[in-house]
Each structure stands twice: as structure tokens, then as C-alpha cells.
Design a protein around this ligand. Structure first.
Ligand code: F3S
Length: 410
């Protein structure tokens, strides 16, 4: 791999042992991928942020870099922690688990990472520009950065992301290169007036169809709220391994269908109509119609606009006392919801906000829920194993209805 003079010096230890170790990792990984050189990145997003994902080995990686007195050389945000860092005890998380999270938190602080504890770094000040190279983990954030913001990042892995944050570089391969960003699969949406639930179901369908290929979507309008793309991308990155999709006229590098596919010929379209919508929704539901124990929303973390919609639906309503209604979001969004009066409305109805974490990366299985409901495609995909419960997927309206009557009617 070709290194600049500065990089050779970093590799020789000119910027301290932490940076030296980071460079050793980057060069080794780069060589595995045949990367010709390292590319400077504007920001990093780290997934070694909770014990459930990173275990002891992940904590040791962070602590090792902290011990070597390393610091992030670029703005570096962190994914959700495994607990609500303030309310963990009240929420029934065990002390020994919380202690592991504190070790992660302490190392994150020493490394000068931004402790936002959210999977939506682009909503808390980490906003890349078109063409920016990044080193992000977190599949839902990666796909949003690539597809909507027009930035360039691979789905980095935990550990490598830390090295990228410290050295400020990543191996130049995969989605950093023009030729690897062209469409490979065409999806033709036949449904008019797509709702958020439709977008998310489309995302799930797209992941199943495309796997790790790059889908191009035709037939969806350009005026949807941001949250539709966030939810759709997260679902496709979970059901498949999609890291980039193109929507003609939205994805910056896809002003036309021809440009989205580059030099390659346009493949036969895969239809997404009412039949596919119904079949996919059925696949996403593993619950059986009947009582539910909890509704969990906020995967990816709920935005203020989503909290607002929920407050409207829950205004003057009462959630069944048998049902927990948990909203996962970025800490600052809770503060805004409080200032706007939405928090009070939601809490009055029986809903509860949980910050810093989510239903998948915290030990939600400890609650022993048998069936849950969600409006998230990503949660629907992972909850059967991570929450160890049957999952019903539906729109936020359907989630609210089920929470009030205490059951999901299929
Ligand atoms: Fe975020 Fe957790 Fe979902 S990290 S995307 S809320 S699984």
C-alpha cells in the first residue's frame, strides 16, 4: 500500500503509540482489501459502544487505546450504549451490566469521542457533505450517509472504526470508489401515496431482494419526510446487507436512471406492489394475534418529528396498564420533547422515554416479554433473537391502537 510521508511517520510512531497501532491496523486491513492507499476521512462513527455488541474484547480495545493516550483526530460519534445512562436502575438493568457500560463510557471520554449515544449521528451535528469520505459503522447510519447525503463510507467494523477515528483515515476500497457505487438491482414501486409503513416494508423487501447489492428504486416520490428514508434504509440494511441505494432525483449521484446504473445495462425491474407489500409485512411479523406486552418504537432513534406525531396520536388516550410503551431516542430529543410539551402528553398516556440505548442493544430480553409490537423494520428483524419475543410490525397508528387495547389483532 502506498503511504504518504506523513503516514509513514505515523506508522513509525511520530504521533504516539496509539496512532502507530491504528496505522498498523489500517495498513493490514487495507492490504487484505487490496486498497491502493488510505483516504482521509472527515468523521467516524463508532459501534463499540455497548457491551451486548462488543463484549469484553471491545472494551479492551477501547481501554487499550485510552491507555496509550490516543485521541480522536476527527469528529467521532458513538452508537447507543447498552443502558439508559441515568435511569438504568429504575429500568431494572443489573448493576454488573451497568458497570461494563461505565467502562465503555470512561474510555469513550478519554478518547475524546462525542458521547451522543445515538445511531442517528447525522441528526446531532455530524452532518457530512456530498462526496465526503467517512469511516462509519452502524448500518442504518451508513446507508443514510451514502444514499441520502451522498457521502461515502463502507460499513466499517467495530475496532477498525476506532483506528480510523484516531488516524483520521480508512483504506480506500469498496464504496469509496465511483465504480463500486453503481446500481445493480432495479425495484419498481407500483404503490401510490406511500406511507412510512410502506417505505419501511419496501426497505425490508429491498434487503431480501438485493442482499448486499445496490438497489435503484423507481416510482417513489421525492417529497417524503426524512424519516421515511431513515426507516427504509435501516430495514434494508437489516434484512439484507444494503449499504447504498439510489433513488433517482434524491441520491446525489443518481440524477437519472442511466446515471444510477453507470455504464452497466439497466436490469429487468422487480415489482413492489400490493401483493409484495402484504407478503413482506407477513414475513416481518412473528407474533401471533393476541395480547402484547410492549410497544417499542425508535429504531433508528426517534426524531422530534416522530415524537410529535406520536404525541398527536396519544393525546387524551390511555395505554393499557398491561402494556409498556417505550420510545427510544437521542437524549437531546427528550429535552426538546419536554420543551415542546410532547413528553408530558406521551407520559400522561402511559408512554415512557428511554435515552442513550435501544431495544436491541440493551438487555431487553431480561423483561421476559412474550410479544412486542414495533413500527420499525430493523427492530422487527432483530427483536425475535435480541428481545426473545414474537414481534408484530405495523404503522405507528397500529402500534398506538394495539397499545390502547392491549392486543395486536393481526
Ligand atoms: Fe439504532 Fe438500535 Fe435500531 S442502534 S438502528 S435503535 S437497533
Amino acid at each position: 500500500m502506498k503511504l504518504t510521508t506523513e503516514e509513514k511517520e505515523m506508522l513509525a510512531g511520530s504521533q504516539g503509540p496509539g496512532c502507530q497501532l491504528s496505522m498498523e491496523i489500517l495498513v493490514e486491513v487495507g492490504e487484505i482489501f487490496n486498497a491502493p492507499y488510505l483516504i482521509p476521512v472527515r468523521s467516524a462513527h463508532i459501534v463499540i459502544s455497548n457491551y451486548k455488541n462488543c463484549f469484553e474484547a471491545g472494551i479492551e480495545i477501547l481501554e487499550k487505546f485510552a491507555f496509550l493516550q490516543s485521541k480522536a483526530s476527527i469528529p467521532t460519534t458513538v452508537d447507543p450504549a447498552g443502558i439508559d445512562l441515568e435511569r438504568w436502575k429504575e429500568l431494572g438493568m443489573p448493576q454488573d451490566y451497568a458497570e461494563k457500560e461505565w467502562r465503555i463510557g470512561l474510555a469513550v471520554k478519554k478518547l475524546d469521542f462525542i458521547p451522543c449515544w445515538t445511531c442517528t449521528p447525522y441528526l446531532c451535528g455530524q452532518v457530512p457533505k456530498v462526496g465526503d469520505h467517512l469511516a462509519w459503522t452502524e448500518s442504518s447510519a451508513v446507508i443514510f450517509a451514502n444514499s441520502i447525503l451522498g457521502a461515502r463510507t463502507n460499513r466499517e467494523t467495530g475496532g477498525l472504526d476506532v483506528a480510523c477515528a484516531i488516524a483520521g483515515r480508512t483504506p480506500y476500497h469498496g464504496l469509496h470508489l465511483d465504480e463500486n457505487r453503481k446500481g445493480q438491482v432495479l425495484i419498481d414501486v407500483e404503490i401510490e401515496n406511500m406511507t412510512r409503513e410502506h417505505f419501511i416494508t419496501l426497505g425490508y423487501f429491498m434487503g431480501l431482494q438485493a442482499g448486499t447489492k445496490i438497489p435503484v428504486i423507481e416510482g417513489i416520490g421525492r417529497n417524503s419526510p426524512l424519516e421515511n428514508y431513515i426507516g427504509m434504509g435501516a430495514a434494508s440494511a437489516a434484512s439484507g446487507g444494503v449499504a447504498l441505494y439510489h433513488i433517482v432525483g434524491i441520491t446525489p449521484e443518481a440524477p437519472s436512471l442511466k446515471m444510477a446504473f453507470g455504464q452497466t445495462s439497466i436490469p429487468k425491474p422487480i415489482p413492489f406492489g400490493v401483493k409484495e407489500l402484504k407478503e413482506t409485512k407477513t414475513k416481518m411479523c412473528t407474533a401471533i394475534p393476541g395480547a402484547i406486552d410492549a410497544v417499542m418504537v425508535g429504531c433508528p432513534h426517534y426524531t422530534v418529528a416522530e415524537i410529535r406525531e406520536l404525541a398527536k396520536l396519544l393525546n387524551m388516550q390511555k395505554i393499557s396498564p398491561r402494556v409498556k410503551f417505550w420510545i427510544y431516542t437521542y437524549k437531546n430529543n427528550i429535552l426538546l420533547a419536554q420543551r415542546l410539551g410532547y413528553k408530558e402528553i406521551i407520559e400522561k398516556a402511559g408512554g415512557e422515554f428511554i435515552a442513550d440505548t435501544c431495544m436491541i442493544v440493551s438487555h431487553t430480553e431480561l423483561y421476559g416479554f412474550k410479544q412486542i409490537m414495533t413500527d420499525s423494520g430493523k427492530c422487527a428483524h432483530y427483536a425475535p433473537t435480541e428481545v426473545q419475543a414474537g414481534v408484530a410490525f405495523g404503522s405507528i397508528e397500529e402500534c398506538v391502537k394495539a397499545a390502547i387495547i392491549g392486543e395486536w389483532r393481526g
